[in-house]
Design a protein around this ligand. Sequence first.
Ligand code: ZN
Length: 292
Amino acid sequence: MTSPTRPADPVRWPDGHRAAAALTFDLDAEAAVLYAHPFARHRMSVMSHQSYGPLAGVPRLLGILERHAVRATFCVPGWTALRYPDVVRSIAAAGHEIAHHGYLHEPLSDADAEAEAAYLDRGLAALESVTGIRPVGYRAPMWELTYRSPGLLAERGFLYDSSLMDADVPYELAVEHGTSIVEIPVQWALDDWEQYCYLPGISGTGLIESPAKVLEMWTLEFQALHREGGCFVLTNHPFLSGRPSRAAALETLIERITATGDTWIAPLADIARHVRSLGLTPRILTPPDPAA
Ligand code: ZN
């Protein structure tokens, strides 16, 4: 075990690949809005904005992924899986990974240990009942992990989390009792929420960005990470990036990533298994003490 402030080690990618890329889709549907704004269940138009994801966005995105023979990771709240079981089963049947994304998309920042464990267990039960597969990956709603989350995930046999932001490559994150989980970092600049989300009275600045600008921004970040041998993790929401011009921009990005010829495009679970095989020394992350 080493210092909590030690940077993540470089990662050697399989089969001579220079860098890695993961396309991830957070299939929130109505869940995120319902938890944060319970009364919004009566706002029919708001609910329809969210249901666009599973109903119209997912089929379009699955078509794009199939055209490019790319397998992705879909992070799904348990509630969403129960509401749209056929959609979630169609994603799994196409060969994509289903990861855990809470039950009703509950942010963990206000949860105590008991509540956090209950969200995990309820989400696991829902995803298993719909897909028949126990997920190995977790992404915290709103990327709000707590310092106890890694231990709760390890207790339940999770292989990896993808919610933290302190590295450009995955790493082993130490948990108690000498075990670890793999962490696959994300970043806000590679999330479509900040680019496209506008819901009156709920979220967004009101500025809906052009897919051309978003494609440029994500391409630049991919190219720079590729040069450095990093891991490009893109987070899209089907209710946002499933819209036609945005999905078209995403397809162009996939073509650019594929055209490098030396980028390993894989679901998060495959990336986590590779990182686990490297035997990296786990990093210890503890809450900073402002009084120290
Ligand atoms: Zn989400």
